[in-house]
Write a protein that binds this ligand. Sequence first.
Ligand code: F0G
Length: 442
Amino acid sequence: MDAAFQRCIFPACGASVPLRDTVFICPKCGGLLDVAYDWSRLAVPKSFGDFESRASGRGDPLDFSGVWRFRALLPFAAADKIVTIGEGRTILLRADAVARYVGLAEGCLFLQYEGLNPSGSFKDNGMAAALTHARLVGARRAACASTGNTSASLALFAAATGLLRAIVFVGSGKIAYGKLAQALDHGALTLQIAGDFDDAMRRVQEVAGKLGLYLVNSVNPFRLEGQKTIIYRVLEALDWQAPDWIVVPGGNLGNVSAFGKALGELAELGLLKQLPRLAVINAAGANTFYELFERLGLRWKSGRLDKDLIGGFYQDMANQGKRAATVASAIEINHPVNLPKALRALDRTNGLVREVTDQEILGAKAHVGAGGLGCEPASAASVAGVKKLRGEGVIRIGERVVCILTGHALKDPTATIAYHADKAVQTANDAEQIIRAIETHS
Ligand code: F0G
């Protein structure tokens, strides 16, 4: 067995799967897989200082990458196999104006701006790692189902590296224009499936199996290894002092799963004593995780999930003909594939779930924009969630909170313009009237 391998997440099963396997489902029990490491055979970082020296090595593409300068914490590939296009060079910004909006004290709210990635979303962190694994196994075609950002990221990586052909499945009429434009512009084979994300997800798994396409959705555990680095960069920006909360929008629940794994491993390696609490924010129109965790009390229970409860919930949804619908199209998902991993992440971090309405999302998004960062609606769910948790008194005024802004505002201009349309001042093509308009409105 390699020092890095795949392992079933359910402790009662715990089956090992070879590093190079690309099925991404436990052969024994059908569960999700982790990338696992035998740390005793690997060069484990002794302190966080090890990463800071790498941050200055801009000349080396692996140290330039905000993912791979942390490669000691995702050591599944030799350096000469690693794929990078300069992903993960993102920043954490203190946001006092937004802190006032959500009811936090000055200096307590930070926004992790993942919109700075090459394709404009956090997905590039994971794609760098997934394509590294794809390269390890010699894959020639890669596929995903997507609400838009995964497909944009895959399309960009495939075009930039020339390693493989990208095939993307998107729900028909369910994808924001900026994202569809990226898939097409970067030359991905783009299949608009007559259905929503969940339909596309089911089909891509079926078809990828039949054609041997390399699957880059977040059921691929290597994707999540890349997304762990968002946590490392947040901690690094805070001088390795964990915040009290990390708040993240939830869709397919890959990100929260990756965050839980990152934090769990840091604790296991003795690098982090106090873990932040993770809060996942659903859109109210796509609130499967909220319903299951908060209303029905579903918990990880060391992997002994209440399958009847989950099955019954989905059956009720089907019986009622209920389908996800939210302005935050990135997280318009009914059946999150990473549900068990997300439950494990909340168990590890004493986490919780909240839901926010589309109005709350758009209000928060406008405040993020006015504060100087452009994000797409799904990203702003995190900020709206903090406002809600402040209102409930669950987050206290002086606690340090990090929201993950997962995607760039230009991903979904339609939502932004619809919200602000009446703010554009209409004037005649006449200098006098333009001057009057400026004097009236400024
Ligand atoms: N924010 C944005 C901007 C996203 O694109 C996504 C997911 C999420 C949040 C939710 O993250 O799935 O890890 O819980 N987008 C996926 C896609 C589903 O296909 O691009 P998650």
